[in-house]
Design a protein around this ligand. Structure first.
Ligand SMILES: Cc1cc2nc3c(=O)[nH]c(=O)nc-3n(C[C@H](O)[C@H](O)[C@H](O)COP(=O)(O)OP(=O)(O)OC[C@H]3O[C@@H](n4cnc5c(N)ncnc54)[C@H](O)[C@@H]3O)c2cc1C
Length: 451
C-alpha cells in the first residue's frame, strides 16, 4: 500500500456529522473523500431555520464549514454518488463508487441561473411541496449549496419531460446520445452565455478509491405519516415540523412568513402535536429532539409576532441537554401553552380551513376541543431508507430500528463489527447537532488512528 493510499478516509454522508469528520480528518493531514448521494453537502442542518438551544441561524453556522470543506486541499467532495462495493484487503478498503451524472459540467457551471430562468417546467419541491415550494427541472439544490451548481432532473436526460413542455421542437433523439442539442432550452441558454455547461448527454462515472477507514454519517430523516393521520395531506393547514421549520426560514418558499398553506394568510393560532409519529403502527422510541424543536418553533413564532397563540400537546417533556430546560421554560414564559394530553381527532371546517382538535386533558380527565388555524405535527426521526443497502455493501449491521449498530456501545462507541468502519451523527440514532459534531470529531480521530 502506498503512503497516499494509507492516508485516505471515506466519509459517507455530507451532513454536519460528515462535514465535521471530513474537516477533522483533513486537518490531521489525511485525505478525506466526503461522499453524499445528493447533489450538495449540508444535510438537514442546511434546511433548518435556527438551532436550539441558542437559536443561532443554522445555515450561518454550517455554510462557512461547507465552504471550508470545498476549499480544503485535503478534501474531495464526491456528490450525487453511491457506494456500490467495498472489499477489505490487507488492512485497507477498496471502494467502488458510482457517481451519477448531474448533466452539468462541474468545471464550467457557476450557477448563474440563466438555464433555470429559461426552463419552462416547474415541479413541486421534494422538501417544501406541502408549503407551496416548487423548483425548476434544472435548479440549484438550495442557495448555499456546495458544490454550488445546477443539476438536471434525470427525466430530462431522455427527453421524457418534453410532453410536459421541457423542450421545444420536434427532436426525437435520445439526449444521452446527442451532443448537438439546440432543442433543450437550458442547453441553449447556457451556450448563449458562452459556457456550454449543461450536458444532457453526460454519463455516470465509476470511481475506485482505496482508503484506510470509512465513517458512516448518513443521518436521519423526518418520520413519514400515513396519509390522513391527524389530517396530514388531507387538510392543507396540517403540516409536519420540517415543513414548519421551512415556513419560518427566510430562505424557504414563504420567505419566512408564518402563513397558512390554504390561503397564504398569517396564522394567529397554531397547535403542535408532539410524538405524532409514535403509537401502535408508528415509532417505538423517543426521537429526542422534537420537544426542543417545538420549543424553538414556538419561541421563533412569538418573535415573529408575540400575539400568535401557540399550544403544544404533549405527554413527556424531553429536556435532555445543557440549557434545554431553560429553553423550554423560555417558551412557557412567552405564553406558549403546554397541554398534557394526546389529541385523538382532528377535523376541518371546509370553509375556513381551520382545524378542530379533540383531546383528553390529562390534568383533569375532561374531553375538550379547540379550534386552531394551523397544526404542526412533530413526527419524529427515522433512519434513512438507504441504510439497508449501504449496510449490506459495508457488511455491517443495523439495529432493529434501522440505524447503524455500534458493536460495543459502552466500551467501543462509534465502532462497528468491522474494524476500520466507524459511525457518527444520525446514522447511530436520533441526535441533535452538538452531539453529532462531538461524535464526528471522535469518529474522525478513530479513523485516522486506525492501525
Ligand atoms: C425539523 C427539525 C428541526 C431540527 N432542529 C434542530 C435544532 O434546532 N438543533 C439541533 O441540535 N438539532 C436539530 N435537529 C436535528 C438535526 O437536524 C440533526 O441532529 C442533524 O441533522 C444530524 O446531522 P447528520 O449529519 O448526522 O445527518 P443529516 O443532516 O441527516 O445528513 C446526512 C447526509 O447523509 C446523506 N446520505 C444519507 N444516506 C446516504 C447514503 N447511503 N450514501 C450517501 N449519502 C447519504 C444525506 O443526503 C445527508 O446529506 C432538527 C431536526 C429536524 C427534523
Amino acid at each position: 500500500m502506498s503512503e497516499a493510499e494509507k492516508e485516505s478516509v471515506l466519509i459517507v454522508g455530507g451532513g454536519i456529522a460528515g462535514i465535521t469528520a471530513a474537516l477533522n480528518v483533513a486537518d490531521y493531514g489525511y485525505k478525506a473523500y466526503l461522499l453524499d448521494d445528493t447533489p450538495s453537502i449540508g444535510g438537514l442542518m442546511a434546511r433548518l431555520d435556527k438551532t436550539f438551544p441558542t437559536n443561532d441561524c443554522s445555515i450561518c453556522i454550517e455554510a462557512p464549514k461547507m465552504y471550508e470543506v470545498k476549499s480544503h486541499e485535503n478534501i474531495e467532495i464526491v456528490a450525487n454518488a453511491d457506494v456500490r462495493k467495498v472489499e477489505a484487503v490487507d488492512g485497507h478498503f477498496k471502494v467502488r463508487v458510482l457517481k451519477r451524472a448531474i448533466f452539468i459540467d462541474e468545471e464550467k457551471c457557476n450557477a448563474c441561473g440563466k438555464c433555470v430562468e429559461k426552463c419552462p417546467v416547474t415541479i413541486p419541491d421534494e422538501l417544501d411541496a406541502r408549503i407551496g415550494g416548487t423548483r425548476k427541472l434544472i435548479s440549484v439544490p438550495f442557495p448555499q449549496a456546495v458544490p454550488n451548481m445546477n443539476y438536471v432532473n434525470i427525466l430530462c436526460r431522455t427527453g421524457k419531460m418534453r410532453d410536459k413542455g421541457a423542450c421545444v421542437g420536434g427532436c426525437v433523439v435520445d439526449c444521452s446520445q446527442c451532443r448537438e442539442c439546440g432543442v433543450a432550452m437550458c442547453v441553449k441558454a447556457c451556450r448563449d452565455e458562452g459556457k456550454g455547461a449543461v450536458m444532457l448527454w453526460q454519463k455516470d462515472q465509476w470511481l475506485d478509491l482505496k482508503v484506510k477507514s470509512i465513517i458512516v454519517a448518513t443521518g436521519v430523516k423526518t418520520a413519514p405519516l400515513e396519509k390522513g393521520t391527524w389530517g396530514l395531506d388531507v387538510y392543507p393547514n396540517v403540516i409536519d415540523y420540517m415543513n414548519f421549520e421551512r415556513t419560518m426560514n427566510s430562505g424557504g418558499p414563504t420567505l419566512g412568513e408564518i402563513v397558512r398553506p390554504s390561503d397564504g394568510h398569517h396564522a394567529h393560532k397554531i397547535a403542535w402535536i408532539q410524538c405524532a409519529g409514535r403509537g401502535e403502527k408508528g415509532l417505538n422510541y423517543c426521537s429526542k429532539v422534537c420537544c426542543m424543536v417545538a420549543a424553538k418553533q414556538t419561541i421563533i413564532t412569538k418573535e415573529h409576532d408575540p400575539n400568535v397563540e401557540c399550544a403544544v400537546f404533549y405527554n413527556n417533556q424531553t429536556c435532555y441537554g445543557k440549557g434545554f430546560d431553560e429553553f423550554y421554560k423560555k417558551a412557557s414564559s412567552l405564553g406558549v401553552r403546554y397541554i398534557v394530553g394526546k389529541p385523538f381527532d382532528v377535523t376541518e371546517d371546509p370553509e375556513t380551513h381551520n382545524l378542530t382538535i379533540r383531546y383528553e386533558d390529562e390534568s383533569t380527565g375532561e374531553i375538550k376541543e379547540e379550534e386552531f388555524e394551523m397544526l404542526v405535527l412533530s413526527t419524529g426521526l427515522v433512519p434513512n431508507e438507504r441504510n439497508e443497502r449501504l449496510a449490506k455493501v459495508l457488511k455491517i449491521e443495523l439495529d432493529h430500528n434501522g440505524f447503524f449498530k455500534e458493536a460495543e456501545p459502552l466500551s467501543k462507541p462509534l465502532e462497528t463489527a468491522v474494524p476500520g468502519i466507524y459511525l457518527a451523527g444520525g446514522a447511530t440514532g436520533p441526535i441533535d447537532i452538538s452531539e453529532s459534531v462531538a461524535q464526528a470529531t471522535a469518529a474522525g480521530m478513530k479513523a485516522v488512528s486506525k492501525r
